[in-house]
Design a protein around this ligand. Structure first.
Ligand SMILES: *[C@@H]1O[C@H](CO)[C@@H](O)[C@H](O)[C@H]1NC(C)=O
Ligand SMILES: *[C@@H]1O[C@H](CO)[C@@H](O)[C@H](O)[C@H]1NC(C)=O
Ligand SMILES: *[C@@H]1O[C@H](CO)[C@@H](O)[C@H](O)[C@H]1NC(C)=O
Ligand SMILES: *[C@@H]1O[C@H](CO)[C@@H](O)[C@H](O)[C@H]1NC(C)=O
Ligand SMILES: *[C@@H]1O[C@H](CO)[C@@H](O)[C@H](O)[C@H]1NC(C)=O
Ligand SMILES: *[C@@H]1O[C@H](CO)[C@@H](O)[C@H](O)[C@H]1NC(C)=O
Ligand SMILES: *[C@@H]1O[C@H](CO)[C@@H](O)[C@H](O)[C@H]1NC(C)=O
Ligand SMILES: [Zn+2]
Length: 606
């Protein structure tokens, strides 16, 4: 069995990546919140299905594809032919640009061949995972439970606003920087690859837009100058009490990344952050899904040697050593997660959310609490509760988008420790949103909210941006709850300058301003930002459409073309309610039952 899983692993890694590359635009609401995604219930691999349906790939075709792989495997002792067969299938089925197909196959070849040598993956198993139970059966994600201590849950005291004049902490939040070292001003902003605005995208012409100086509204990441400009501005906008930084440093050229490049990007940006913010500011980073190559590939500790993540975690531990205590660096090296005391009475837990992600194919080998991370979290939370500490949880992928069992357990933990966990901070979707947690008994009393902050990068069609949280401050008895937040953007239309009427090149501003887009309390008329306030705000979204449209505008950092109505609105509101994966699935069932197509279970970004 494990060997079947291992070979499944490799084949999926290649094929899903190819699909991921083939449909990069489909995860973005501007184009597709009401689009063709057609989800079937109970399928744990929605994202693949989205990709398959996007390309209209049917069960027979999927099996045909895997038959090509298997036949090639049986008839050729040289496994390289198998890799080539996948590459050819990728090209012939028009899953991606030929160059992308070839390069991605090349990138995966070694892992791929080694795993295939161990066994054969049969088409019905593979397609069962990819397309759902009606196309085959392969039960890889068995449910599991963490163990909670016998200590009874302390009585819940509803939060109260702090006394006027109480100290507040100002916390900078950065996520999804996605620096593209190949970004080239004037290159084509539209291209067939998943990432444009690079020399290889071609030159812009009279009929195609060019990449802007500071960034581009397209499938593009950011040039270094924009990241540096941001860090310069952040240094002036301080002081910051501390910083949360939830990962995704490299660009979206996932078909051509090497370990050396990934590490170079990690060290370059980590050093820049430290240089600009200064040595006295502590930054608490988290590991994103793009830090590794192949993207999303985060082998849990049961994988040893060169295929493990040591190359990545060891460099992180070195780069982040100035910010983190020794015990934190220890767990960081082992599993990419850690805990550290921020101030007396406040602890941060940085989770490696790649251990919850369906895109992390290593979890097909064993998805039971990878690295024991959630059991470890329970232990940390119980210790914090015993000491009367509050805990902030940071991570890259929002827990509601995780594999079902991981997500269920996380929700369960948030329920048990609702009085201890006073903040949850995530990124990854590149959009400004949030997800609610309710009490498990009645699913009506709000017990928590996971903030999902917008990206620094423009990818796709967004303004660059960042978030500031105002947290109940450093004093005895502080709730450490988020009291307010602000979102800042770089208005690219302004920064890149207008096209000259005489047909000349636009003149970019030499030093553009990062400006306040909105302050949550003001924009939504909230006096506090407790979980119950966010729950009430969702009710307001139903009744006052303008408030919801404001949220929609902010969600895209002030760059949207169309309003979000009807199915788009219902699906998004359902998403906000559903901090757990099975609840998200229900959203889709609900709207499907009404004969409408909806997708709140969104695939995570490739
Ligand atoms: C996709 O498949 C559906 C039915 O499965 C079919 O009606 C439709 O024509 C197909 N579209 C394309 C572009 O092949
Ligand atoms: C996990 O716990 C829930 C309820 O506490 C229970 O319904 C479920 O069967 C358990 N699952 C496993 C795999 O033990
Ligand atoms: C892109 O090409 C231009 C012109 O050949 C060159 O000056 C520039 O350095 C290139 N940029 C990158 C990022 O390679
Ligand atoms: C480890 O793996 C990487 C990526 O697959 C490869 O480039 C490198 O040569 C390997 N190193 C050793 C010592 O095998
Ligand atoms: C999967 O991992 C869990 C936790 O590490 C372990 O208890 C379990 O035995 C593993 N399952 C298999 C099939 O190896
Ligand atoms: C936080 O408050 C404690 C006392 O409650 C104090 O000892 C500590 O120095 C303060 N930390 C900061 C960073 O202000
Ligand atoms: C950005 O600037 C343009 C041009 O002034 C303006 O039309 C647009 O509303 C601005 N966008 C935001 C989010 O402020
Ligand atoms: Zn990202």
């Amino acid at each position: 069995m494990p060997s079947v899983r291992l070979s499944a692993l490799s084949v999926f890694t290649v094929i899903s990546l190819v699909w991921c590359l083939a449909a990069p635009g489909t995860s973005y609401p501007l184009q597709d919140e009401t689009d063709i995604a057609d989800l079937r219930a109970g399928n744990p691999m929605h994202n693949f299905q989205v990709r398959f349906s996007w390309h209209n790939i049917s069960c027979p075709l999927c099996k045909a594809l895997f038959t090509i792989v298997d036949v090639a495997l049986l008839s050729d002792t040289n496994m390289e032919h198998v890799a080539r067969a996948v590459g050819e299938a990728c090209i012939r089925l028009h899953l991606a640009e030929e160059k992308v197909c070839r390069e991605i196959t090349e990138l995966f070849r070694d892992d791929f061949i080694r795993a295939l040598q161990e066994s054969v993956l049969w088409p019905s198993e593979a397609c069962g995972v990819l397309l759902g139970p009606s196309c085959g059966h392969f039960d890889i994600y068995a449910p599991w439970n963490v163990t909670l201590p016998k200590v009874p849950k302390p009585p819940v005291v509803p939060p109260r606003p702090p006394k006027p004049g109480s100290p507040q902490s100002r916390v900078l939040f950065l996520t999804d920087i996605h620096w593209d070292a190949q970004y080239a001003e004037g290159s084509a902003a539209d291209c067939k690859e998943p990432l444009c605005c690079r020399n290889e995208s071609g030159r812009a012409s009279w009929k195609s837009r060019g990449a802007g100086y500071w960034g581009t509204y397209s499938k593009c990441d950011l040039p270094l100058r924009t990241v540096e400009n941001l860090l310069q501005k952040l240094a002036k906008a301080g002081p910051w009490d501390w910083v949360y930084w939830t990962g995704d440093i490299p660009a979206h050229n996932v078909w051509s990344q090497t370990r050396a490049q990934q590490l170079n990007e990690l060290t370059t940006i980590s050093k820049l952050v430290r240089k600009h913010l200064g040595p006295q500011v502590t930054v608490y980073p988290a590991v994103g899904n793009h830090e590794s190559t192949p993207v999303n590939s985060f082998p849990p500790p049961f994988v040893h040697g060169n295929r493990s993540s040591h190359w990545l975690y060891d460099t992180m531990a070195e780069e982040w050593a100035p910010w983190l205590p020794a015990e934190a660096l220890e767990t960081l090296r082992r599993g990419g997660f850690y805990t550290a005391q921020v101030q007396s009475g406040l602890r941060v837990v940085s989770l490696n959310m790649n251990f919850c992600a369906r895109e992390n194919f290593w979890l097909m080998v064993n998805s039971t609490d990878p690295a024991g991370q959630l059991q470890w979290l329970v232990h940390i939370l119980q210790e914090a509760e015993n000491k009367g500490e509050k805990v902030h949880i940071i991570g890259h992928i929002p827990p509601g988008l995780c594999l079902s069992s991981w997500s269920w357990n996380y929700y369960h933990i948030v329920n048990r420790y609702e009085s201890t966990i006073t903040g949850q901070f995530f990124g990854h979707t590149h959009l400004d949103e949030f997800q609610m947690f309710y009490d498990e008994e009645t699913m009506s009393r709000p017990v928590g909210v996971a903030y999902i902050a917008p990206s620094v990068t423009t990818y796709i069609n967004l303004n660059p941006g960042y978030r500031v949280y105002y947290v109940d401050g450093n004093y005895s008895g502080s709730s450490r709850l988020v009291l307010d937040h602000e979102t800042f953007i770089l208005n690219l239309t302004l920064a890149n300058g207008y096209e000259d009427v005489s047909g000349g090149l636009p003149k970019p501003l030499p030093d553009p301003a990062w400006t306040l887009l909105y302050r949550a309390s003001q924009a939504y008329g909230l006096s506090t930002l407790f979980p119950s306030n966010w729950d009430s705000l969702i009710q307001v979204f139903y009744k006052e459409d303008q408030v919801f449209q404001d949220f929609w505008y902010f969600r895209h950092k002030g760059h949207v073309s169309e309003p979000c109505k009807e199915v788009c609105k219902s699906t998004l509101i359902c998403f906000l309610h559903s901090g757990r994966y099975d609840l998200l699935q229900q959203c889709d069932l609900l709207y499907q039952a009404k004969g409408q197509r909806a997708r709140s279970v969104r695939k995570t970004l490739c």
